[in-house]
Design a protein around this ligand. Structure first.
Ligand code: GDP
Length: 456
């Protein structure tokens, strides 16, 4: 049998070897997958850039592009024709903003890149968080136009918050796109000014210099997207890679295929046959057809009846894959968006109380005992309470600064305990970094992000 449950009955070393062999056999001739989120302030040009990139890489047909061009002309909104490739719903078009995390794919020489186009509007950050939890790498798009970069970066814009969010959610490779450089005559001085400002900020946010790149572009004209720069005002000082090269050069994150199975559920729908279809991401391990799994906090056991990836049937799927499974005869009350499917031999902890190490970055009122928050964990959004302030700690050294502080203000770092009313599936960051990160939000604003340190 090729069931991973069987794999794990053998010794740990053997199981790891089996999982690796299976992976190499199944995926030998395939390109590696990477999930990329596109972040940045509203109107930075994210949708236009991604639409143009999809078109230039042959992922949008001439026919569809022609349709978008005609429709946008009719409405006098031709500058949005590329953005429309991504903004599929009418409501988004009417309002000219991207609301949900839309998905598209581009293929490069060695990779299949799933694009998660993040919304830039403030109200939509919850969608972005769920996108960011799926992302391996990020593109941060900033508008080089004079005054626009400043309002996105300095004056309460989303540039900083997005960058801190993706970093807190474990994304460490970042491609910064200095976009709309056509609006400043391809000025090297402007480019350098923005790079210098972002560099010091990104370092503080926890990105390593060597994992960050800066690329001058215009999403609208298509300059430096998929071909070497042509514009003489740009080539006079820039000879670096174009955006597609930057994407091609992202390192593929290590897939944790040799760990016990964890799959986070992001969607549940009625399948064609009996039972329910559940889609989500395999965070760790291997999942095979006919495997027995435990579902969510109830730990109901179910058996995998069908397994698909991008609509294609699979016998086995691996950590990093975005998949759909059907689990017949499962009690629908036992599966919720945000719950975790795990390996019966090594089930995921289920709890209502855990300790986390958090960074507070955006509170109007300091956090005190009993403070209510919305807990975000993968796709889970659950009401919770900060039930204990254990200690405030030093940001970089982690040393305890003060035991049992009365309150926590902005830019503080602390150990706190959180309590939910319903049991949730969660892991310690030290055990499964994929499942040990949390975000805390209040009234539509992210106030803190952190890592799970202890489970009660
Ligand atoms: P998003 O909110 O970040 O997705 O931004 P959009 O892609 O919707 O673009 C916002 C506006 O900026 C639209 O009017 C675009 O036509 C314009 N825009 C986008 N990219 C560029 C660019 O490279 N140069 C110029 N001049 N305008 C751009």
């Amino acid at each position: 049998s090729r069931s991973s449950a069987t794999l794990f009955k053998v010794s740990k070393e053997q199981a790891v070897r089996n999982a690796r062999q299976l992976y190499e056999k199944e995926r030998a001739d395939q390109k590696s997958h990477i999930h990329m989120i596109v972040i940045g302030h509203v109107d930075a040009g994210k949708s236009t850039l991604m639409g143009h990139l999809l078109y230039d890489t042959g992922n949008v047909s001439q026919r569809v592009m022609h349709k978008h061009e005609q429709e946008s002309k009719k409405l006098g909104k031709q500058s949005f024709m590329y953005a429309w490739v991504l903004d599929e719903t009418g409501e988004e078009r009417a309002r000219g903003i991207t609301m949900d995390v839309g998905q598209s794919r581009i293929e490069t020489k060695t990779k299949i890149v799933t694009l998660l186009d993040a919304p830039g509007h403030k109200d939509f950050i919850p969608n972005m968080i769920s996108g960011a939890t799926q992302a391996d790498v990020a593109l941060l798009v900033v508008d080089a136009t004079r005054g626009e970069f400043e309002s996105g970066f300095e004056l309460g814009g989303q540039t900083r918050e997005h960058a801190i969010l993706v970093r807190s959610l474990g994304v460490n490779q970042l491609g910064v796109v200095i976009n709309k450089l056509d609006t400043v005559g391809w000025s090297q001085e402007r480019f350098t000014e923005i790079v210098m400002k972002l560099k010091s900020f990104l370092k503080l946010a926890g990105f390593k210099d060597s994992d960050v790149s800066f690329t001058p572009c215009s999403g609208l004209t298509g300059e430096n997207l998929t071909k070497k720069a042509q514009e003489s005002a740009l080539t006079s000082w820039y000879s670096g890679p174009h955006l597609l090269d930057v994407i091609e050069n992202f390192k593929i994150p290590e897939r944790a295929i040799d760990r016990p199975l964890r799959m986070s559920v992001s969607d549940i729908y009625k399948g064609t046959g009996s039972g329910f279809c559940i889609s989500g991401r395999v965070e760790t391990g291997v999942l095979c057809l006919n495997d027995k799994v435990l579902v969510g906090a109830s730990r109901e056991q179910a058996q995998v009846k069908s397994l698909t990836m991008n609509e294609f049937p699979q016998t086995c799927v691996f950590a990093g894959d975005q998949v759909s499974v059907t689990l017949p005869a499962l009690d629908i009350n036992n599966v919720t968006v945000g719950c975790i499917i795990s390996d019966p031999q090594t089930p995921i902890p289920v709890t209502t109380r855990f300790q986390a190490r958090i960074i507070v970055f955006n509170v109007k009122v300091p956090i005190t005992m009993g403070f209510p928050v919305l807990l975000h964990h993968q796709s889970l959004i659950e009401p919770a309470v900060v039930c204990k302030l254990t200690a405030s700690i030093h940001k970089s050294t982690g040393e305890v600064v003060k035991k049992k502080p009365r309150c926590l203000g902005n830019n503080s770092c602390a150990l706190v305990e959180l309590e939910t009313s319903r049991p949730i599936c969660i892991e310690r960051y030290a055990d499964f970094k994929e499942l040990g990160r949390v975000m805390l939000r209040v009234a539509g604003v992210t106030i803190a992000a952190g890592m799970v340190t202890k489970i009660r």
